[in-house]
Design a protein around this ligand. Structure first.
Ligand SMILES: [Fe+2]
Ligand SMILES: [Fe+2]
Length: 304
């Protein structure tokens, strides 16, 4: 029997609105390294304060919060969001990146080529993903007892527009031959099946659908051999399948990170936005404005 991951749905109606457009801020790839990272934490304070002063409806963080899969870094992000009043299901969505789930050094140190125990590695990876989801449950299902796993769908009814965020996990375990840097991604068959379930498309049809995952659809994509080798270590392996799944649910925009560049590009008329890297450009973020008719505009903003 085919196992289908349950799709976690939550819907909320909001009455207050900052503008007649829904305003979404998007950042990615913070790569924090503990509390001694003071300069970076100062930048985070500055950015969150800016989001509050400008007035945003929602903040999306598309993974790689930590640089070394350390839950202490997740805690820093949680505390900062709490301090700025952003740690609420309807205010913020967070997903994991490869650097949140895989500590490359540790993987290599404990790897035994004669006894690779692939199932054990997969199991410990699933445990870490579960740990991440439970840690941020308030921003995922919003319920401690929820399934806390991907994919999850957030539907927020703003007075002017109904917005659905469909979040998928694209990180998969480190394997020495197939995923040597832990940076390749895949959207699991279970998640794709969950999205393809009867009724999902119907339930999303009146919403402005935003797809969300950590990995990029497009990396370099040039003919240079060096670029191609780099692409291979970073790529989303089943990106065409992912694209079709996003098209099937009529996503308008897909947000991602991972490849540390601020980019907006289209694939078959579907807009992809790469939130770049807060680590390397902490003053820069993406702003997405969705209007009542379902149109949208996007731009990257740099604080002066
Ligand atoms: Fe990253
Ligand atoms: Fe990444």
């Amino acid at each position: 029997m085919t196992q289908v991951t349950a799709l976690d749905w939550k819907i909320e109606n909001l009455k207050e609105l900052n503008t007649n457009k829904v305003k979404i801020a998007h950042i990615s790839d913070l790569h924090l390294s503990g509390k001694q990272d003071r300069r970076q934490l100062g930048y985070l304070d500055r950015l969150f304060a800016h989001f509050n002063s400008v007035g945003f409806d929602h903040l999306v963080i598309s993974g790689d919060l930590s640089n070394s899969a350390n839950p202490d870094d997740w805690r820093i992000v949680r505390e900062k969001l709490e301090e700025h009043g952003l740690y609420h299901w309807q205010k913020c969505t967070i997903i994991a990146g490869n650097h949140d789930l895989i500590n490359l050094e540790e993987e290599m140190r404990f790897y035994n080529a004669l006894n690779p125990l692939l199932w054990a590695r997969k199991k410990s990876f699933d445990r870490k993903l579960g740990e991440f989801c439970r840690f941020f449950y308030e921003l995922i299902t919003g319920e401690e007892e929820g399934s806390n796993l991907f994919p999850f769908v957030k539907v927020i009814n703003y007075p002017s527009q109904r917005v659905a965020i469909v979040a998928l996990n694209s990180v998969y375990p480190w394997y020495p031959a197939d995923n040597p840097l832990g940076a390749r991604g895949v959207i699991s068959a279970n998640q794709l099946r969950a999205l393809a379930q009867k009724g999902v498309v119907d339930s999303l049809k009146d919403s402005f659908v935003i797809g969300l995952c950590h990995h990029a659809y497009k990396v370099y994509g040039t003919d240079s051999l060096i670029d191609q080798a780099f692409d291979w270590t970073m790529e989303l392996k089943n990106r065409e399948e992912f694209l079709r799944a996003m098209q099937a649910i009529q996503a308008r925009v897909v947000l991602h990170g991972h490849f540390h560049r601020f980019q907006a590009y289209a694939v078959d008329a579907l807009a992809f936005i790469n939130g770049g890297s807060f680590r390397f450009s902490p003053q820069r973020y993406s702003e997405l404005l969705i209007d009542q008719e379902g149109g949208f505009t996007q731009k990257f903003i740099t604080l002066s």
